[in-house]
Design a protein around this ligand. Sequence first.
Ligand SMILES: [Zn+2]
Length: 88
Amino acid sequence: MSDHLRNTGPMLASPRCGARTRCGDACRSPAVHGKKRCRMHGGAPGSGAPKANRNARKHGLFTRDAIAERRGIRALLGEARKLLGEMK
Ligand SMILES: [Zn+2]
């Protein structure tokens, strides 16, 4: 037998997935780096909801940028109306 010293401590100490498996107990696979689940339970790259809840966005009418744009247009229209009123 080889006298190679195995260093599996850090590997075994890595955070575990913990998702419920089909047999009812917790998954013991290592969690993907930076995530809480393993590659089979939602930790795979590209999985999960996008940042800032982009799934819920339908048309962008109420985004911060759209609201600011409308506010700017309203202010400009108000100033134009005021100017036209002063010209009379
Ligand atoms: Zn898992």
